[in-house]
Design a protein around this ligand. Structure first.
Ligand code: IMP
Ligand code: MG
Length: 180
């Protein structure tokens, strides 16, 4: 594991999860999804953060899912604001389909609950949730999360799609904010 400390804007981050651990975990999640033998899958990827997770995950899914995107924003700096703004809506018809919502990270759960309800309104037959990272101590959402990559404490992370004020998404590892 590399131990390089990186600087983004005014903050320092240390390595938390390696590229290899991430890739292995994504294969495990894909395997779990494949084992369910789901039909008519629509992957609903939550932009911007989930782009990298979605790209890697979908390569290991056996069937031919439709891949769709929704864009929402809730975070400012290192805090969730609790207000969700929808920036790009869901274009595909998901009526009667099996939706798997793909998230980079689930924190308070406000975002995932909003998207879950939207998919339900649009007539999805069943809805699964896959999150690469989950912060159980912050979670106040209602939706059940079926596929979780990594469970972490309540710390701010960047990399593998996740940003700090717009920067850090291209990192192939996950880094955690240095607090001291
Ligand atoms: P929630 O609505 O509080 O669950 O926040 C979810 C969204 O906030 C995620 O989709 C991320 O885009 C962002 N987010 C939450 N925690 C972090 C973090 O530690 N680093 C970067 N982005 C985060
Ligand atoms: Mg996100």
């Amino acid at each position: 594991m590399n131990n390089t400390i990186i600087s983004i804007h005014d903050k320092k981050f240390t390595p938390l999860i390696s590229e290899q651990e991430i890739n292995e975990k994504i294969r495990v999640i894909a395997h779990q999804i494949n084992n369910l033998c789901l039909q008519d899958i629509v992957l609903v990827s939550v932009l911007n953060g989930a782009f990298m997770f979605t790209a890697e995950l979908c390569k290991h899914i056996d069937s031919f899912p439709i891949i769709s995107f929704i864009k929402v924003a809730s975070y400012q700096g290192t805090e969730s604001t609790g207000n969700i703004t929808q920036l790009i809506g869901l274009q595909e018809n998901i009526e009667g389909k099996t939706v798997i919502i793909i998230e980079d990270i689930i924190d308070t759960g406000t975002t995932i609950d909003t998207i879950y309800n939207k998919c339900k309104e649009k007539g999805a037959k069943e809805i699964y949730i896959a999150a690469l990272v989950f912060k159980p101590n912050a979670y106040k959402g209602k939706a059940a999360i079926q596929f979780t990559g990594f469970t972490i404490p309540n710390n701010f992370v960047v990399g593998y799609g996740m940003d700090y004020n717009g920067i850090g998404r291209n990192l192939k590892e996950i880094y955690v904010l240095q607090t001291h």
